[in-house]
Design a protein around this ligand. Structure first.
Ligand code: ADP
Ligand code: MG
Length: 346
């Protein structure tokens, strides 16, 4: 009864709860893990910096990058496809497109074999970065993600992509910290960028440059350290970690697969709703305990009387009619108490 009413109250507060277990576990959570892009940040990346290596014409570079990203489903891809309109870039056909999860994308466009991705990916492909490699730190220090573009194994252009924190993130994180939780950022982005984004937040740990399958392993490691872990994320790459966590929390603004893998969804992707969810979990569990108390007390009094156990001492015997009335009253008090959750202020 409490869980049912609590779930309904959550829905009104923008917290969708898929299973009762999540509501019961959430209040015991000791560690909260957050994905960066789309969870802590807005997930609406914009290209704000670029470095032209003057090997290909700039417009040509934008064409290659945007054509390749137009097929990608990665959140960063939006930054490129948005730019097309402003820059009068026309898209070209891509063959042999491949997405290398957590690293970048590759494909063939005309006479070019194109690769687009982070520094580790370029190094893996054996592409010489020269001093452009420093951009990862230089721009990363300002919280930007650096993406390198290579054509035929040669670096031709570098993009600096900005994705600011959601306006509500700082407040939510500060309050979660105050609630005594251990807070961890978990991202596939590079360490410098992750640190820069984390600077404004009271996080306990920043784990960066993790591939999607490693995200799940990090959650497992925390659980082995006797932590009860809730993970908040929005992407395909978060799905295995969301499923592994004791409570998976998806952003309603995120991908369907993240929402499916999680047991709680924050409808608007606002992390302050996570505080509401925690409060609701505490209140629901308290409510369940109160109900158990009511039920026990009625039974403790009612059963011995009904059974006539007390008769020899007190001459008390419960008539079946009164017994059933007491039973009903016990149920009614449980229901009334559970319904109080509806008025819980979140
Ligand atoms: P996050 O954990 O922040 O959601 P991902 O694991 O999805 O990040 O990606 C990690 C990094 O891989 C990105 O920061 C980016 O540098 C690179 N990357 C992945 N996919 C792409 C893409 N389609 N275009 C450009 N860069 C990409
Ligand atoms: Mg994400």
């Amino acid at each position: 009864m409490s869980v049912m009413v609590g779930t309904g109250r959550g829905a009104l507060a923008g917290v969708l709860i898929k299973n009762a277990e999540a509501l019961e576990t959430l209040h015991k959570v000791t560690t909260l893990v957050f994905d960066k892009t789309g969870t802590l940040t807005e997930g609406k990346p914009k290209i704000t910096m670029f470095a032209d290596l003057r090997i290909l014409r700039a417009l040509e570079c934008w064409r290659l990058a945007a054509s390749l990203e137009s097929i990608s489903e990665h959140p960063l891809a939006k930054a490129f496809t948005q730019e097309i309109t402003g820059r009068k870039v026309t898209l070209s056909a891509v063959t042999e497109f491949r997405s290398h999860t957590g690293k970048g994308i590759t494909g063939n466009i005309g006479e070019y074999a194109v690769a687009l991705g982070n520094r580790n990916f370029m190094e893996e492909l054996g592409i010489e970065l020269g001093i452009a490699s420093e951009k990862t730190e230089a721009w990363g220090n300002h919280g930007m993600t650096t993406v390198f573009l290579a054509a035929n194994k040669q670096l031709v252009y570098v993009f600096g992509i900005e994705d600011p924190l959601k306006s509500t993130t700082a407040e939510a994180i500060a309050q979660l910290k105050q609630a005594g939780l251990r807070l961890v950022m978990l991202t596939g982005d590079n360490q410098t960028t992750a640190n820069a984004v984390a600077r404004e937040l009271p996080l306990d740990e920043v784990i960066a440059e993790v591939l999607p399958d490693q995200k799940r392993a990090v959650i497992e490691r925390l659980q082995r350290d006797n932590q009860l872990v809730a993970m908040a994320g929005d992407g395909i790459n978060d799905a295995p970690a969301l499923a592994q966590a004791n409570v998976g929390i998806a952003m309603g603004t995120g991908t369907d697969i993240a929402i499916q893998s999680a047991s709680i969804t924050l409808v608007k992707g606002d992390l302050r709703a996570l505080l509401r969810a925690l409060k609701l979990s505490h209140a629901t569990m308290r409510n369940i305990r109160q109900n158990l108390f009511f039920a026990f007390v009625y039974n403790l009094i009612g059963v011995p009387i009904a059974a006539g156990v007390l008769y020899p001492w007190f001459g008390l015997l419960l008539s079946p009619m009164l017994a059933s009335a007491a039973m009903t009253f016990s149920s009614v008090s449980v229901i009334t108490n559970a319904l109080r959750l509806r008025k819980l202020s979140l």
